[in-house]
Design a protein around this ligand. Structure first.
Ligand SMILES: Nc1nc2c(ncn2[C@@H]2O[C@H](COP(=O)(O)OP(=O)(O)O)[C@@H](O)[C@H]2O)c(=O)[nH]1
Ligand SMILES: [Mg+2]
Length: 293
């Protein structure tokens, strides 16, 4: 079918792979917005995230789904809805990650559908070795496309998008023009505030601090957000606030900047630190705070 008939390459592609393989960096790069949290810590992406990317000068719609590391049931069920998968494998752990149980499960679930390989962290090798690394991966599994990548720098990203577009079916447009994600602004801002925690707090405290939005309102064309940062221990509260409130102020300022960039409007967060003892160990709290259990 041709584009004249109103059909374009459009569909859903999941980005899968081990923690820190570069999934969220690639997702943000291709979508062109910092929707998904990227930090050096492990497991910062807590729920599947959607981002729609377009290719300059071409009419196509690729809805990327960034995922937390694969094992959770929600992730596995989600795979059934995807047209293609982009498996990211850290080239420094090639053998280990490609033969992991999670990768095997992905291939099993994707039987009959394409899985493209993105070999990340190739910046740690001389460029003359990239081809050899891709060949080595090809000996372990067969891929319709395999791309050497460094997602934070965008290396290989355009090539990966080309590969995914080629593999997506021709169908009617799936999303309205200009749509970049299926999530609400409120959700995106709460994730952005959570990401900032990882930049200023020790990982142990950042991972056990939840963001609870209490008010999200528009006044004088400014977006006001009142949110609680729920820490899991009394002793963490002072650390999140910092001396004379400096740490909390830093989180507030960078969240305001990040949300402004993401949404293209003035966003004023008002953050409060509260204690909810041991919430990460409580199923009800996890559900209430939007975590996948
Ligand atoms: N040097 C290098 N760092 C990378 C690469 N891909 C990701 N990172 C870094 O690894 C960390 C985790 O990246 P992220 O995209 O959040 O990985 P995810 O856990 O798979 O979503 C961040 O600090 C990234 O900057 C890469 O190809 N090369
Ligand atoms: Mg991630």
């Amino acid at each position: 079918m041709t584009r004249e008939e109103g059909r374009i390459h459009a569909g859903y592609a999941v980005i899968a792979g081990a923690a820190n393989s570069g999934k969220s960096s690639l997702f943000n790069y291709l979508v062109g917005k910092n929707i998904s949290p990227v930090t050096p810590g492990r497991g910062t992406t807590r729920v599947p995230l959607s981002g729609i990317c377009h290719r300059a000068g071409d009419d196509c719609q690729v809805c990327l789904i960034d995922t937390p590391p694969l094992a959770s049931a929600v992730n596995l069920n989600l795979l059934d809805w995807m047209d293609a998968a982009c498996l990211l494998v850290d080239a420094t752990r090639l053998g280990e990650e490609l033969s992991s149980p999670e990768a095997s499960e992905l291939f099993r679930r994707f039987e009959g559908r394409p899985v493209v390989l993105g070999l990340t962290h190739v910046d740690r090798f001389d460029a003359s070795l990239w081809r050899a690394l891709l060949n080595q991966a090809g000996l372990m599994r067969e891929f319709p496309y395999a791309v050497a990548m460094c997602p934070p720098r965008g290396t290989g990203a355009a090539e990966m998008l080309d590969a995914l577009v080629r593999l997506l079916p021709m169908r009617r447009r799936l999303f309205p023009d200009g749509c970049i994600t299926l999530h609400s602004e409120r959700f995106l801002v709460s994730e952005l505030i959570r990401t900032e925690l990882f930049h200023v707090l020790p990982e142990e405290i950042a991972t056990s601090t939840a963001v609870q939005i209490e008010e999200y309102s528009l006044r004088d064309s400014k977006t006001y957000i009142r949110a609680n940062l729920l820490v899991s221990r009394h002793s963490f509260k002072g650390i999140v606030i910092g001396r004379r409130g400096q740490t909390l102020q830093k989180i507030t300022d960078s969240a305001s900047r990040g949300a402004g960039d993401l949404l293209g409007k003035v966003v004023l967060p008002d953050l409060w630190v509260k204690v909810r003892e041991s919430w990460p160990d409580n199923r009800h709290d996890l559900l209430e705070l939007g975590y996948v259990i």
